[in-house]
Design a protein around this ligand. Structure first.
Ligand code: PBG
Length: 327
């Protein structure tokens, strides 16, 4: 009776770990990772972010220590977020010569010159209202913000930042930053644009870590509606036309379809950001014994790569380098 059935035995190649290794289509590699760092004023500060176990607010000296470990682990890049001493309405802390990210970038380039230091370029950590730009009334004013983003990018590049990563979702931000960098002599500084960044609840823990929760309102007038797919492709197309060297989709797990479509549609390097909430959910459930933390973290990371991301920004980066599944 069985002899008359015709079917494929796909289980044959799954029989042993060695066989599964041979037919594995996607592999995680430490060379794909970018680790976010939160830099704060002071010295010897290493304060765990309550909603992000294993993630710390670091003073510059501690960030340097961390950078050495990151380099030794074989991770090629970090992305810097700064929490300034003082915030104001015009975000001057974002572009002053000795701002927090500027100090961190220059210290890291001295201590670990081979590490790619990426500067996140947004104003929300530097404004006293927590919005990503200059306000006119209660509106984030697009064009006045562009000028400040250009200045910020130039001061970050001057301090040693290797790549500039604008994350504010202002229209024209890539063109404005490209022009400002070129004018200041940074023609060779690449821009990794947060091109398709959604207005997401998954950023909650980050806003704790960066103290950047908006004082009123939300970011829905500039970040994207989670319901939209075609609009993400327009955003990416536009940023590439403005001169972005690489583009990002953010968050990652709830937007794997966007990552896949961006990969199929565009040939530019593609990054995906596994954001704070994605990390913290896995950590929290793991700590409760509800899931196997490491296994779930690996599963999400491999899904992001399988969807088509070349680079993954993840808070798991350093930990994951200790896992045998990561090359
Ligand atoms: C804006 C910025 C945010 C994140 C990265 N850049 C927060 C926001 O848009 O509110 C979120 C990253 C994360 O959640 O891990 N500077």
């Amino acid at each position: 009776m069985m002899d008359s059935l015709v079917f494929q035995r796909l289980r044959r190649l799954r029989a042993t770990p060695a066989s599964r290794s041979l037919v594995r289509e996607t592999r995680l590699h430490r060379g794909d990772f970018i680790l976010p760092l939160f830099v704060v004023p002071g010295a010897r500060v290493r304060k765990e972010v309550p909603s992000m176990p294993g993630v710390f607010n670091l003073s510059v000296d501690q960030a340097v220590e961390e950078a050495r470990q990151i380099r030794d682990a074989g991770i090629p890049a970090v992305i810097l977020f700064g929490i300034p001493e003082e915030k104001n309405a015009t975000a001057t802390g974002a572009f002053v010569e000795h701002g927090i990210v500027q100090r961190a970038a220059s210290a890291l380039k001295q201590a670990t010159p081979d590490l790619v230091v990426i500067a996140d370029t947004c104003l929300c950590e530097y404004t006293n209202h927590g919005h990503c730009g200059i306000l006119e009334g209660e509106t984030v004013a697009n064009d006045p913000t562009l000028e400040v983003l250009g200045r910020t990018a130039v001061s970050q590049a001057r301090a040693g930042a290797d790549w500039i990563a604008p994350s504010g979702m202002m229209d024209g931000m890539v063109a404005a930053i490209r022009a400002a960098l070129d004018d200041a002599g940074f023609k060779h500084t690449p821009i990794l644009s947060y091109a398709a960044k959604y207005a997401s609840g998954f950023y909650g823990p980050f806003r704790d870590a960066a103290q950047s929760t908006p004082a009123f309102g939300d970011r829905r007038t500039h970040q994207m509606d989670p319901a939209n797919r075609r609009e993400a492709l327009r955003e990416i197309e536009e940023d590439l036309a403005e001169g972005a060297d690489a583009v990002m989709v953010k968050p990652a797990l709830a937007y794997l379809d966007i990552i896949r479509e961006a990969r199929d549609r565009f040939d530019a390097p593609l990054a995906a950001y596994q954001v704070s909430g994605e990390y913290s959910m896995i950590k929290a459930a793991g700590r409760n014994g509800w899931i196997d933390e490491r296994r779930v973290a690996l599963e999400t990371l491999v899904s992001i790569k399988r969807a088509g991301a070349d680079m993954i920004l993840t808070y798991f980066a350093l930990e994951a380098c200790g896992w045998e599944e990561v090359g």
